[in-house]
Design a binder for this molecule. Structure first.
Ligand code: 9D3
Length: 227
């Protein structure tokens, strides 16, 4: 799968994919990540990518022309297995189901907004999807693009081992992971639940289920009605 990112801050993406699972996926050619500088598609003296909003208001907007030109060059033909996604605070929430669907694509172009937003014609007439990564305010789409690449890439066949599919299903199950422990069994007086130290796998299974429920009730009560 090829991930394209369109951004005015290409240097932002120097680091995030050079570690762990993603770095291995890149090095083994399971995925490609291509960062494109939006200013390549500006032709005025100041290489401007922004302009003032019609109707007035604070700040500047990303103008449509460089974005449309870039998309036309990066993904010259549309198809069912290629997608253009705009990252914006006004988008539909990106979640694990989105990640699962997108992991089946051949190519995706992630357009990162900056300033006060992006001319609406990008969402309406260029992007197939407009997505937000959560209900909080970011300074731009770049962190969102990195996050989406992480979430999607690990679901691309061959990127993870056999953890991928089972973990995927456990998320669908709708509960948070149960608490987990490693050695020592007593850390500064905080002990590991006794049941995990014995070999009774039926008891361990029951404990994991009920502690996952308790953890979900405490940290994500919103998930409980869904299970
Ligand atoms: C005047 C209101 N603006 C500031 C509160 C709206 C606004 C403009 C631009 C809010 C955020 C941004 C920049 N954000 C993104 O580009 C963005 C984003 C986000 O802010 N939250 C969650 N997901 C995303 S994806 C891209």
């Amino acid at each position: 799968m090829i991930f394209h990112v369109l951004t005015i801050f290409p240097e932002f993406f120097r680091g995030p994919f050079e570690h762990g699972v993603l770095a291995r996926a890149v090095h083994t050619n399971k995925i490609q990540i291509r960062i494109h500088d939006l200013r390549q598609w500006t032709f005025d003296r100041h290489r401007s990518v922004d302009d003032r909003p019609f109707g007035g208001g604070e700040g500047m907007l990303m103008k449509p022309e460089p974005i449309f030109l870039a998309a036309q060059t990066i993904l010259p033909e549309k198809s069912d297995n290629k997608k253009i996604a705009l990252l914006s605070a006004q988008g539909r929430l990106f979640n694990q189901a989105t990640a699962r669907r997108w992991s089946e694509l051949d190519e995706i172009l992630l357009i990162c907004g900056r300033y006060e937003g992006v001319d609406e014609r990008v969402a309406e007439h260029l992007a197939d999807d407009e997505v937000s990564i959560g209900d909080f305010v970011l300074s731009g789409g770049e962190l969102g693009a990195a996050l989406i690449i992480d979430a999607v890439a690990r679901l691309v066949p061959g990127v993870l081992g056999n953890e991928a599919s089972s973990e995927n299903e456990s998320f669908t199950g709708g509960l948070l992971d149960c608490p987990q422990f490693t050695r020592p069994a007593d850390f500064r007086g905080h002990t590991v639940p006794e049941v995990l130290l014995g070999g009774n796998h039926e008891e361990i299974r029951k404990w994991r289920r009920s502690s996952a429920l308790a953890k979900t009730a405490r940290n994500r009560p919103d998930l409980l009605p869904k299970i």
